[in-house]
Design a protein around this ligand. Structure first.
Ligand code: HEM
Length: 488
């Protein structure tokens, strides 16, 4: 009711003179939105993705700006926008902190020096050396999920992939001790669901109001702190200390427990949200494009055969013996599909300009302003990706990528520039492991929640701006163990 009232009183932006009380004093046209001194542009908070797409339509390819509380956000567009966004002097974290209340609470609080970032600490958790060390544990975590599915049935695809990636990520985040107990894993998943719940920009409004979702998040935070505290105490007493262990590193540097909890939480968020949803979307797109499904399955069959995994007495043991480099090189088609999924589904990114005023192509961005750039400005640009609505993973064949270099950075599925994703290799390896074990054990199809085949690719439900969305309606994976499948 409230949102209907607000929409009635503050309708979609129209092409008109700015009525905002503040002006950007730049050459970027300030959006003609109702702007409130203490809130900013109200319609942004009601439904951020809908607001942004309405603005894009309104601004017809041009740049526009709006207010979040007392901060100006400039949406930079096109290739000029890309150049501004990926230029020097852009702060990565303060942008996400501005808009994502969940991050605001869960990013480390320790003050860093001017030129420091959390990147190296976070990157230390995504070293593939860790994956090598925990290879068998990761494979066993996938198998444990399959065992909970049984030989035949149907489960919610996005939910179960989230559970699977969560279980894989725990040992890689230094929580191998917690990962070994399925009950603890279930509790942690529940904590993260509650932390994620209600993590929309609207939570920035009236943050003092204790809505049920906020109370749940608060309690989940305390529970996570307690679990991390016992983890840190356990790790402190361990005698078999491993020099390469990033959690041990943090403990040695005497980070407070609350800070360790926040670092582990941010790593788990970074590694789970995108990896799980990308893999789930990839299976959905494959279901819709039979020729690609056949191609991916054929590659897995060849991989199993070439590595003598087909008739192994224990697939997990045999697969743990396949070097990660081999996994990197093989199964190229699923990588092409993952890139194409990201090209379709990725949303906006945000930064804060802390490097002084910028003037480029007549656009003036003041120091301190936030800037947003939508991946679609590159990914759906027909000059860069001809016929952009067509699903065509071959766009990512090496020769095609080479041909696009004349455009500069054209694909940002794993980010670009100084904040490119540190977990890309890890994510692709995890996706390949999940794919191989899935195909080795099951025949599967993707269906809607009633069990009917998908007639079209489901619409994404874009609730959070910086997270790969899930579909509007649940999608299921229907599976049946293959006759004579490899034993785990
Ligand atoms: C398919 C899965 C993944 C996708 C699509 C993905 C995508 C991205 C993108 C687009 C960015 C850049 C964001 C920006 O420019 O604002 C990024 C950054 C980052 N990603 Fe990923 N990511 C994935 C998996 C992972 C995993 C598994 C980890 C960790 C273990 C991870 C850790 C990070 C970190 C720490 C950054 C920030 C780097 C920095 O601060 O410089 N990501 N990722």
């Amino acid at each position: 009711m409230l949102s209907a009232y607000l929409r009635h009183h503050y309708p979609r932006p129209k092409l008109a003179q700015d009525t905002a009380t503040r002006s950007t004093s730049s050459t970027i046209q300030a959006a003609p939105f109702k702007t409130f001194v203490y809130i900013g542009t109200l319609s942004f908070f009601l439904h951020p993705p809908a607001f942004l797409s309405a603005c894009k339509e309104w601004a017809a390819g041009g740049m526009f700006s709006f207010w979040i509380l007392s901060d100006l956000v400039i949406v930079v567009r096109g290739l000029t926008g890309r150049d501004i966004f990926y230029s020097k002097g852009m702060d990565f974290l303060s942008g996400y902190k501005l808009l994502n209340p969940q991050l605001k609470d869960f990013l480390p609080h320790t003050q860093l020096k001017e030129d420091q970032t959390w990147g190296p600490v976070l990157a230390s958790f995504s070293r593939t050396g860790l994956l090598e060390k925990h290879y068998a544990t990761v494979l066993n975590a996938i198998v444990a999920c399959h065992e909970s599915w049984g030989g035949q049935g149907s489960v919610d695809l996005f939910k179960s992939m989230n559970q699977m990636v969560f279980a894989i990520s725990l040992p890689l985040c230094g929580c191998q001790h917690l990962a070994s107990n399925p009950k603890t894993v279930a509790t942690l998943i529940n904590i993260f669901d509650r932390l994620d719940d209600g993590a929309t920009p609207s939570a920035l409004l009236f943050p003092w109001v204790p809505t049920p979702a906020r109370v749940r998040r608060f309690l989940a935070g305390i529970q996570l702190y307690r679990m991390t505290k016992s983890l840190v105490e356990f790790e402190r007493q361990r005698s078999d200390i491993d020099e390469e262990d990033p959690l041990q590193d943090l403990i040695k540097q005497n980070y407070p427990v609350s800070e360790v909890a926040r670092i582990i939480a941010s790593i788990l968020f970074a590694s789970v949200v995108n990896t799980a949803n990308v893999f789930a979307w990839a299976l959905v797109y494959l279901e819709h494009h039979a020729e690609w499904k056949a191609r991916v399955l054929a590659e897995v069959a060849t991989f199993l055969r070439e590595n003598d995994l087909e008739n192994s007495t224990s697939l997990v043991n045999a697969m743990a013996g396949v070097p990660l480099d081999v996994l990197d090189e093989k199964l190229p088609s699923i990588e092409l599909v993952v890139n194409e999924v990201l090209r379709f589904q990725l949303g906006p990114f945000i930064r804060r300009n802390i490097g002084g005023d910028i003037v480029q192509d007549g656009v003036h961005i003041k120091n301190g302003a936030f800037i947003m750039f939508h991946a679609a400005d590159l990914h759906h640009n027909p000059d860069i990706f001809p016929n952009p609505d067509r699903f065509d993973p071959e766009r990512f064949l090496p020769e095609e990528v080479e041909g696009r270099k004349i455009h500069g950075t054209s694909f940002v599925g794993f980010g670009a520039g100084r904040h490119a994703c540190v977990g890309k290799r890890l994510a692709l390896l995890e996706i390949k492991m999940m794919l191989v074990l899935l195909v080795a054990k099951y025949d599967f199809t993707i269906a809607d929640e009633t069990g009917a085949s998908l007639r079209r690719i489901p619409s994404p439900n874009v609730v959070q701006l910086f997270k790969l969305p899930e579909p509007e309606r649940p999608v299921h994976i229907q599976y049946r163990a293959r006759k004579g499948h490899s034993t785990y």
